[in-house]
Ligand binder design. Structure first.
Ligand code: NA7
Length: 541
């Protein structure tokens, strides 16, 4: 049994940042990580073409200006290998590895009410007893794979985009199928199309996408960003989504067509994901959204030669950005190649695997390899896998059976001293997640510092506070168009998952202010105890 001040679960961007900060406070802290390498989703999503669709200058740590100055991003949107190199560099640069246990799966965590401690058991039977348990397990880290009839009989290879093999995967001479057209499917399509003998993309829902406008980072641009990095970070902190540029505060409906077209055209060629911020009400008003959606549909049409294929690829069933749009590098153009076919599985659903390939209601697609780019059980998938038991042995899984309940996205009543980083109820996937990670890990660190200074041993969310926060998260979502589409934002990605809106849509700036005032008010919505509630009860009776 190992006794620690804090245990962090997950060695991705969040876990490393939490380790850096908590260790810096002199706490005895370790990270456990189920994989055999650090990096979280960036360790596993090694499919061809995998990139971040937030610019590297923003999708990076801000806690060390030395790190900011010395790291040189090669492209505006970094590839997965480059991001993984960055994470490994950070781990070495700040000597983090010595406190990370790899190949270590948290199987259960039980709250000991009398001691105000968590007892964490790993799959190998190791036990940790800790005051604070920080869950840094990722929001898109529990891959979701379909289970078609006959799957085991398929004679080719099946690979999931989010569990990409560490060995070289070759496509030369192969007939490859990709199921799924979210960001993963859209990113890998043009790359695999160039290498494979034939590529069939199985599409269920056509998705909006904006070209990445990716480019190498020139020495001039690198120098310019580094000279003004602090201002860029400040901008991100004060923006709705944590991106380092000023969003337009105008309404899309307050300008004439020519002006709007000019703004969209400029954003389309430069901003990638930030296109959604061209006007402030794109996600608030359907008529405003229609102007952006119409513009993008026109652009998509221009990119596809065959009118029949075009008709299938242009999204029409949801508002722009109500589902996560993609940022692509040649996705739609890939369908202009002779060796790429689009299979519309809304029209002709997949029926089963056969030894030679995938049968849809139309025909057998003969394939040597099928890639599932079918996404994740988002937000709660990873958090609810282990048995996490709070007061009275209640399982987190049971408490959240009708949807996650948190105060500020950081904790939940009945599970004291449990800290969730970038969890449901926080801006999470609606933000540049790096900004959210840094904001929350620092907030937790300050809370622990205060607790240690004041002799606090138990920190617990109040039931009323979490009910109010869940209601607030819902109210904010109702102001937007997010609930008008089925998406992983609202649990529609997994059959039977509660249909509730999970991230906080009020923006990074508002969320930061809420966290700050919570702390200033002595952590309103939380009870901070100098003795465990259970122990006090025992004394009193
Ligand atoms: P996404 O965005 O969740 O996309 C998953 C895709 O897979 C989507 O097109 C789904 O269609 C499709 N899908 C899922 N299950 C099936 C089955 N059973 N049959 C056919 N098609 C299916 O995941 P990604 O990995 O692409 O991207 C995740 C995030 O990573 C992304 O948003 C960025 O934040 C980075 P559907 O739309 O459900 O009809």
């Amino acid at each position: 049994m190992k006794r620690l001040d804090a245990l962090i679960v997950g060695a991705g961007f969040a876990g490393l940042r939490a380790l850096y900060r908590l260790r810096g406070m002199g706490l005895d802290v370790r990270v456990i990580e189920v994989s055999d390498g650090i990096g979280g989703v960036w360790y596993h999503n090694g499919y061809p073409g995998a990139r971040c669709d937030v610019e590297s200058f923003d999708y990076s740590y801000s806690f060390s200006s030395e790190l900011e100055q010395e790291w040189r991003w090669s492209e505006r949107y970094a590839t997965q290998p480059e991001i993984l190199r960055y994470i490994n560099h950070v781990a070495d640069r700040f000597d983090l590895r010595r406190d990370i246990f790899l190949n270590t799966r948290m199987e259960s965590a039980d709250y000991d009410e009398a001691a105000a401690e968590w007892e964490v058991r790993t799959a190998d039977g190791d036990v940790f007893r800790v005051r604070y348990l920080l869950l840094c397990m990722g929001q898109l880290s529990a891959p979701k794979a379909p289970n078609f009839d006959g799957q085991d009989d398929f004679e080719g290879e099946i690979i999931h985009s989010a569990v990409w093999p560490k060995h070289d995967v070759t496509f030369e001479g192969k007939r490859v199928g990709i199921i799924g057209t979210g960001s993963s499917g859209m990113q890998m399509t043009p790359v695999i199309a160039k290498a494979a003998k034939h590529l069939t993309v199985f599409q269920r829902t056509p998705n909006f996408s904006v070209p990445a406008a990716n480019a190498p980072v020139s020495d001039e641009e690198d120098a310019k960003v580094k000279a003004t990095y602090a201002a860029r970070r400040q901008q991100a902190l004060n923006s709705p989504t944590g991106l380092g540029f000023k969003p337009n505060r105008q309404s899309a409906l307050d300008v004439d067509d020519a002006e709007r077209e000019k703004v969209y055209e400029a954003a389309y060629h430069r901003l990638g994901f930030g296109f959604a911020l061209s006007y402030h009400d794109i996600l608030l008003s359907k008529p405003a959204n229609d102007t952006a959606a119409e513009f993008l549909r026109r652009k998509i049409v221009e990119r596809i030669e065959d009118p029949k294929v075009r008709a299938k690829l242009v999204p029409s069933d949801h508002a722009f950005a109500a589902r996560r749009p993609s940022v692509d590098s040649g996705y739609f153009e890939a369908f202009n190649r002779d060796n790429v076919t689009l299979a519309d599985i809304r029209e002709h659903p997949i029926e089963a695997f056969e030894p030679a390939g995938l049968r849809t209601s139309e025909k057998l697609h003969e394939l040597d390899m099928v890639i599932f780019a079918t996404g994740f059980d988002a937000f709660t998938g990873a958090l609810l896998k282990p048995d996490i038991r709070g007061r009275d042995g209640q399982l987190l899984r049971d408490k959240w059976a009708a949807g996650p309940i948190t105060h500020l996205g950081v904790g939940t009543q009945g599970f004291p001293n449990l800290m969730i980083v970038v969890g449901p109820g926080s801006p999470s996937l609606l933000s540049n997640v790096m900004v959210s990670i840094e904001e929350q890990t620092d907030w937790f660190a300050d809370l622990i510092e205060k607790a240690n200074a004041d002799g606090i041993v138990e920190i617990e969310v109040d039931a009323k506070a979490e009910q109010a926060w869940v209601a607030h998260v819902n109210e904010r979502a109702q102001e937007t168009l997010y609930m008008t589409a089925a998406s992983y934002y609202n649990g529609a990605e997994v059959a039977g998952k509660p249909r509730v809106f999970m991230p906080y849509s009020g923006g990074i700036r508002n969320y930061r202010r809420i966290l700050e005032s919570c702390a200033k008010e002595g952590y309103s919505g939380f009870t901070l105890r100098r003795a465990p509630a259970a122990a006090k009860d025992r004394v009193e009776t």
